[in-house]
Design a protein around this ligand. Structure first.
Ligand code: UD1
Length: 366
């Protein structure tokens, strides 16, 4: 007897989503019970922010591309919803899997839920407890309406239970980003990206900044630019610049100042393998990204997170991460350069087997 395959839609919209859907797509492909459909909303669309990642992660061309592009939060969210509703009606999936906390995550969850389609959220339960962050709003809404919640760490389980999510919907499966990182580590380590940029091993800092709270106002951004110039007097710096940050640097006439500084390399956003190569060979990372806090913890690289809070506290309690405010950054970097940073441990289930655990749960649920 031929068994009908269960159709699963995997949604990816923005750069940090791609490394989260990749292991799942590949794992679902090993099981005849499922047919997986990749939907790319097009929230990120530049080659460097999107296609480069699909290539490095060996993902096929998306089955459906919604091409929503940029816009205000309302415009972007609404456009994803309008286009994704049609996909759900045409494809009639059994389950929609959303990952992370970007606008596409929330938009597709709301759309699918209202059509009565089961939602699974990968990376559920993370909370910064700061609703001024758009991602926190996306996380709260997505988790509140998800049917299956896959968490990366135990603190996330506790957050969900506190919010009244029944325990039988919550599955602690570990960190899916680490699945992708482990799969790509050997290919990334064979590249010479850092050396090609004239950097030497463990003798440079890697900077990434793109949070609205850091880059959207001239006041904060110019303080950051001054800080980065001062750090680069001590140690070479590489700064792959996110499009949002580039726009703000240029419109506030700060870009030329930064680009003219010695010891400072500015690049476009890098592909996944090149970026891992730069990260794994760096002395430290200064960032406001979510994913980098996790990747540096896994790789044992000192990480300074330029934010007031984090939705990933395990990277601080167990890993190599610390939250920093601007005036503290140089002192912390001195500590790192003196070799006095904490070593950290790898959190439970950050082992490359998260996609496997998720698919086991999905099979049980059929
Ligand atoms: C989004 C996510 C954020 C994630 C980040 C990673 C939300 C609310 N935010 O923020 O959680 O950490 O992605 O990159 O979903 N742009 C381009 N090319 C692109 C994409 C964006 O030029 O391919 C520019 C556009 O000018 C756009 C701006 O960057 O207006 C911001 O893009 P957007 O997707 O709105 O948010 P991000 O800041 O990238």
């Amino acid at each position: 007897m031929k068994i009908k395959k269960r159709k699963i839609i995997l949604v990816a919209g923005a750069r940090p989503n791609f490394m989260k859907v990749s292991p799942l797509y590949h794992e679902l492909g090993k099981h005849s019970a499922f047919s997986a459909l990749l939907v790319h909303t097009g929230q990120h669309y530049d080659y460097n922010m999107s296609d480069a990642f699909w290539k490095d992660l060996k993902l096929p061309k998306p089955h459906v591309f919604l091409g929503v592009g940029s816009g205000s939060h309302a415009v972007q969210t609404a456009n994803v919803m309008i286009k994704f509703e049609k996909v759900c009606i045409d494809e009639k999936p059994d389950t929609v899997i959303v990952v992370g906390d970007v606008n596409s995550t929330m938009a597709c969850s709301i759309t699918a839920k209202k059509l009565g389609i089961r939602i699974a959220h990968v990376e559920a339960g993370l909370r910064s407890h700061d609703v001024s962050m758009p991602e926190e709003i996306n996380r709260l809404i997505t988790d509140a309406i998800s049917d299956i919640l896959f968490t990366p760490s135990k603190d996330a389980d506790n957050n969900l239970k506190r919010e009244g999510i029944p325990a039988n919907k919550i599955y602690f499966v570990g960190n899916i980003m680490i699945d992708s990182l482990l799969k790509c580590l050997s290919r990334a380590s064979k590249k010479s990206t850092y050396a090609d940029l004239g950097l030497s091993k463990k003798n440079y800092g890697l900077i990434t900044l793109h949070r609205p709270s850091n880059v959207d106002t001239k006041y904060k951004l110019s303080r950051i630019v001054n800080l980065l110039m001062s750090i680069s007097a001590q140690i070479p710096i590489i700064f792959p610049v996110h499009p949002r940050t580039l726009k703000s640097l240029k419109s506030n006439y700060l870009f030329k100042k930064l680009a003219s500084s010695d010891n400072f390399k500015i690049t476009e956003p890098l592909g996944y393998l090149d970026f891992i190569n730069i990260m794994m060979n760096s002395k430290f990372v200064l960032t406001d990204s979510g994913g980098l806090q996790e990747e540096t913890t896994f790789l044992g690289i000192p990480c300074l997170t330029l934010r007031d809070n984090t939705e990933r506290p395990v990277t601080i309690t167990q890993g190599t991460n610390e939250l920093v405010r601007l005036p503290e950054v140089e002192r912390k970097i001195s500590t790192i350069l003196k070799g006095r940073w904490k070593h950290g441990t790898i959190p439970e289930y950050w082992d490359g087997k998260t996609a496997e655990r998720i698919v086991t749960v999905l099979k049980d649920k059929l």
